[in-house]
Design a protein around this ligand. Structure first.
Ligand SMILES: NC(=O)c1ccc[n+]([C@@H]2O[C@H](COP(=O)([O-])OP(=O)(O)OC[C@H]3O[C@@H](n4cnc5c(N)ncnc54)[C@H](O)[C@@H]3O)[C@@H](O)[C@H]2O)c1
Ligand SMILES: [Zn+2]
Length: 367
């Protein structure tokens, strides 16, 4: 078992990664949470395919659970579902010493984490992420949120989990397109500051996509390590270090907005195209070599991810796309910070980019 600690003083916690760990959840969680009761919250898809394993794993340690099952999908990160979940938890008499377990993808993790943050001013919360995106990104770091009509993730809190349990075999039931979307965030860690890891992705990405358990476990551990280090250095995104995790996200946000935040383009798919755009934009400014930008583009395509506007199904003008970026919550004082790259593994935050240049670049990218 790989165990990675996130060192945050009294908010420190472990992330345990091992194939089959879900089936031993009682022993693994019971050890770390001796006091209190457990409540499991999941979505309808995960309730069917993975909850039975958790239930059996807990029962082996004489822990019985009756899950709260929410609808699947981004729409669940809403005021309405937050209210319903909070009321259900209160109706079960949840105390601060109890443990709310989020079993599911990033939607369940974000919503349940936020409910745990505000329930009785904060109760314990355990993440058991079951999508690749949640295993490598959203379950680590303590960002929790819901969406409102004004935008995504605008209402939320920092609330660190007390433990994260990752079983890579849960991905065996995850639709392949969702695996690809999570894989984009894996590649991101290589592109930010780990050229060796990107090279590993070039060699092993196709096997990971095809279901190779060793490749999956390795990529998850490497990603979690990278995210944990970033979070430990900049828990609340104040020093700029955590901002690098937004590589590909400003361009990607414009693509998601253009496709209506719908199933036409999943978040991770938008991030993939966004990272390729960030590298090609960097190359167009002579900040990065055309060779590195090409490597990024080729790798994403080789695993079936979109690496440009056309592949992402986006045909809007540069001006329209920049308009979407300006609605991004990271806009500050009239400029938009972009994560650009001097090369693979050499990303940095650039606050000097002209939006007119970005719009002209995007127009050149349209085919
Ligand atoms: N908190 C953070 O730091 C952070 C970071 C990145 C993303 N996010 C959030 O994460 C969310 C996206 O997460 P996601 O991509 O996991 O979406 P998701 O939770 O909607 O999961 C994707 C789909 O896969 C299904 N699913 C999950 N695990 C499964 C399994 N093992 N087998 C079969 N089906 C399974 C879900 O039911 C859903 O239909 C977004 O809301 C995003 O804002 C948060
Ligand atoms: Zn993302």
């Amino acid at each position: 078992m790989t165990v990675i600690n996130v060192p945050l003083g009294e908010r420190s916690y472990d992330i345990a990664i091992e194939a089959g760990s879900l089936d031993r959840a009682g022993e693994l969680i019971g050890n770390r949470a001796r006091n209190g009761r457990f409540v499991v919250v999941t979505d309808m898809n995960v309730a069917e395919v993975q909850f039975p394993r958790l239930k059996a794993g807990l029962r082996a340690s004489d822990i019985s659970v009756d899950p709260i099952v929410l609808p699947a999908g981004e729409g669940t990160k809403s005021w309405e579902q937050l209210a319903r979940l909070s009321d259900s938890l209160l109706a079960r008499g949840i105390e601060r010493s109890d443990h709310v377990i989020a079993l599911g993808g990033g939607v369940i993790g974000d919503l349940v984490g936020f409910a745990a943050a505000i329930l009785k001013r904060g109760c314990n919360f355990i993440q058991i992420p079951t999508s690749l995106l949640a295993q490598v990104d959203s379950s680590v770091g303590g960002k929790t949120a819901i969406n409102t009509t004004a935008g995504k993730n605008l209402i939320g809190a920092f609330h660190q989990p007390s433990f994260v349990l990752i079983d890579p075999t849960t991905l065996d039931t995850l639709p392949k397109r969702e695996v690809g979307a999570g894989y984009a965030e894996v590649v991101k860690y290589g592109l930010i500051d780990d050229a060796d890891f990107f090279a590993w992705c070039e060699t092993n990405g196709p096997a990971l996509m095809a279901g190779d358990p060793d490749a999956r476990a390795y990529a998850i551990a490497a990603s979690v390590k990278a995210k944990a280090e970033t979070v430990a250095a900049d828990e609340r995104e104040t020093s700029g270090r955590r901002a690098l995790l937004n590589l590909g996200h400003t361009f990607g946000h414009a693509l998601e907005a253009d496709t209506g935040f719908s199933d036409k383009l999943l978040h991770g798919e938008a991030v993939a195209a966004g990272m390729a755009l960030a590298f090609r934009f960097s190359a167009s400014k002579d900040i990065c070599s055309a060779y590195d930008a090409q490597r990024v583009t080729e790798h994403l395509k080789s695993v079936g991810l979109p690496a440009g506007l056309d592949e992402a199904g986006v045909h809007a003008s540069g001006d329209a796309l920049v308009g979407h970026m300006m609605h991004d919550k990271k806009m500050a004082g009239g400029t938009l910070p972009f994560i650009l790259a001097r090369g693979i593994g050499q990303s940095y935050l650039d606050k000097t980019i002209s939006l007119a240049d970005v719009a002209a670049f995007l127009d050149r990218e349209r085919t």
